[in-house]
Design a protein around this ligand. Structure first.
Ligand code: G6P
Length: 615
């Protein structure tokens, strides 16, 4: 889950590669590095830390001229994040330079072989092994770079998106992909290579996405040639026209991407249902569901696989599908599912939820389910991502690019898509009445306005954040539809403020967490009117009698909880199953403000990455 970027063309490569790295930093920020070819020689600079650190270092270290360059931002897998282990990596001769996102699993065996043949290694990385393997092939077999990359990759086991440059053949960059994403931006007499399209969006709208097992030689003044790594067969490149624009990937006046993305939720949700929900006609159109209606509606069971925040969206969806469409649902961590021997049949539909569409474990879970005959449905945000291509059908979330590492709008738009799907299936199966169906559609249309209302509590939440910013622990409680919201609230706090937080079903509190409650312990309780309200009020009383500090998220106008709680944050009223779309908002803001007050890096929290393409 590193970010890679490269340029070959007629412009200065340095600013393009550097800016590209900044845009890809969401993929990892343990270290950053760049290699530029100035027409005579290769210049390289790399450092532990962020792209900003690299920029500072570059200013004194190397000349930044040249029209070819590659760069890398790293999320460390092999070797600690220090300068030496940072990418790019040279081959022993210094002719080749490589950047790599992924893991070469058999690197140790390959390294031993290469050592016997006299190769030496400066770093502990698998990547330095790969670049020397490529060099060894060139020497032994006297082949060009493209062929050497192909031969070398056929000896590896693992995952990669790589870009390799040979200073002796300075008019080409060779790229290859297996398991990690790689896009080629095609401009007028210039090419860009990158983990996603964000580094080149202001230069071209044309992109080719390599498929797993493909490689390309990107050559000046030539067409891109794509081949299968395994058998060298030529593949016809498919040119995507990108819909992305620059504004979508910039902060637009907000201090952080996370805050911008929290505030984008009203629009993101309406973008997600626009064109799908035809309220006047009483219809939901979703091509991925419509085209496979019998298969999906007659499923014996849905198995939802996902990781992180997407897994929480899956938990909310479990309630919705069972409630509205009466289809039994299991929600699984993709990483656990794939390493069990799960019982899957042809009557199952496996739904993969993934913002990035690149999460390695979710991808592997889908492949496993398909092998066992299940129908795979993807709910992804990134258009053209690996999971969206691997699944039999799917529905995009249309949240727009999410850059902040802590997921916000992806979560609420995932819930939106899954709700539409449940309603559509419920209508088809007759498990929801026409009037209820219609009421849902109307209420869904009101959700963006209600989120705007929920966002108005920002100032109040900032004050609450100030009161509790130094708490070492925090408990989040919710029931029913809001139990997954409690999990998500706790995850948000952990991710960006590094405060230990736990989410729990409110009723389970008395089976353990209640022992933690004292006058120091803030407890965030979701206590909306619709959804086991009286029971949650009892839970609040239990906390109060142990002197815990209660921050309650309540329905507008609630007086009962106001009497009991230390702080109340109101959200507008809605149908119970849509409450997560509202109750999530204050929890996102609370963790945001606490992290800001603590001086943490909100958009790039330590040790995390947005797109986890390693297992
Ligand atoms: C990482 C991100 C999370 C995200 C999870 C799943 O851990 O930091 O924000 O929820 O991966 O990612 P996906 O792209 O599959 O939704």
């Amino acid at each position: 889950m590193c970010g890679i970027v490269g340029y070959i063309g007629h412009r200065e490569a340095y600013p393009i590669v550097l800016k590209g790295l900044q845009r890809l930093e969401y993929r990892g920020y343990d270290s950053a590095g760049i290699a530029l070819y100035d027409g005579k020689d290769l210049k390289m600079s790399k450092t532990k830390g962020k792209v900003a650190d690299l920029k500072k270092r570059l200013e004194n270290e190397i000349s930044t001229n040249g029209t070819v360059g590659i760069g890398h931002t790293r999320w460390a897998t092999h070797g600690e994040p220090n300068d030496v282990n940072s990418h790019p990596h040279y081959s022993n001769s210094g002719d080749l330079v490589i950047i790599h996102n992924g893991i070469i699993e058999n690197y140790d065996a390959l390294k031993k072989e290469l050592k016997k043949r006299g190769y030496t290694f400066k770093s502990e990385t698998d990547t330095e092994v790969l670049v020397n393997l490529i060099e060894d092939v060139i020497k032994k077999e006297d082949v060009k770079l493209g062929k050497a990359v192909q031969i070398a990759l056929n000896q590896t086991v693992g995952a990669y998106a790589i870009a390799v440059f040979n200073k002796k053949k300075p008019d080409e960059i060779v790229v290859a992909r297996l398991g990690s994403p790689l896009a080629i931006g095609v401009g007028e007499d210039e090419f860009f290579v990158a983990s996603d399209a964000s580094p080149f969006i202001e230069f071209t709208n044309n992109a080719i996405y390599l498929e797993d097992g493909e490689m390309a030689v990107v050559r000046r003044h030539k067409e891109v040639k794509i081949r299968k790594i395994k058998d060298d067969s030529l593949v016809d490149p498919y040119m995507h026209e990108l819909q992305l624009n620059l504004e979508q990937i910039e902060k637009g006046g907000y201090e952080h991407f996370m805050l911008k993305e929290i505030h984008e939720q009203p629009n993101a949700i309406s973008d997600t249902y626009r064109g799908r929900m035809l309220v006047e006609k009483g219809l939901i159109r979703m091509a991925g569901v419509d085209d496979n209606m019998e298969r999906i509606a007659n499923a014996k069971r849905f198995i939802i696989v996902a990781c992180g925040t997407s897994w929480h969206a899956g938990l909310v969806a479990e309630y919705i599908f069972e409630d509205i469409a009466r289809i039994p649902v299991e929600v699984e961590y993709a990483s656990e599912f794939r390493y069990r021997n799960p019982v899957i049949s042809e009557n199952d539909v496996v739904i993969a939820i993934s913002q990035s569409g690149e999460t390695a474990d979710t991808m592997a879970a889908i492949k496993l389910a398909k092998e066992k005959g299940a129908f795979a449905f993807g709910v992804c945000n990134v258009v053209g991502s690996s999971i969206s291509r691997e699944t039999n059908a799917g529905a995009y979330t249309h949240a727009g690019p999410e850059i902040g590492v802590a997921s916000t709008k992806a979560f609420t738009t995932q819930i939106t898509v899954l709700t539409l799907m449940a309603l559509k299936l419920g209508k088809f199966k007759g498990t929801i009445s026409n009037s209820d169906f219609q009421f849902y559609l109307q209420e869904m249309e009101r959700i963006p306005g209600k989120i705007k209302k929920a966002l108005e509590s920002d100032e109040l939440i900032q004050k609450i954040a100030f009161t509790y910013k130094d708490a070492p622990n925090c408990l989040y409680l919710g029931r029913g539809y809001n139990f997954p919201v409690a999990l998500e609230g706790a995850l948000k706090l952990k991710e960006i403020s590094y405060i230990h937080a736990e989410g729990y079903p409110a009723a389970e509190m008395k089976h353990g967490p209640i022992a933690l409650i004292d006058e120091q312990m803030p407890v965030v309780v979701i206590a909306t009117k619709k959804g086991h309200y009286e029971k949650v009020v009892s839970n609040i009383q239990e906390i109060k009698s142990r002197k815990g500090k209660i921050i309650a998220v309540v329905t507008e106008g609630d007086e009962e909880v106001r009497e009991l709680a230390d702080h109340v944050i109101e959200v507008p009223e809605t149908i119970e199953s849509l409450t997560p779309l509202l109750t999530t908002i204050p929890l996102q803001l609370l963790s945001y403000h606490i992290a800001v007050l603590l001086g943490k890096n909100v958009d790039q929290p330590r040790n995390l990455a947005k797109s986890v393409t390693v297992e």
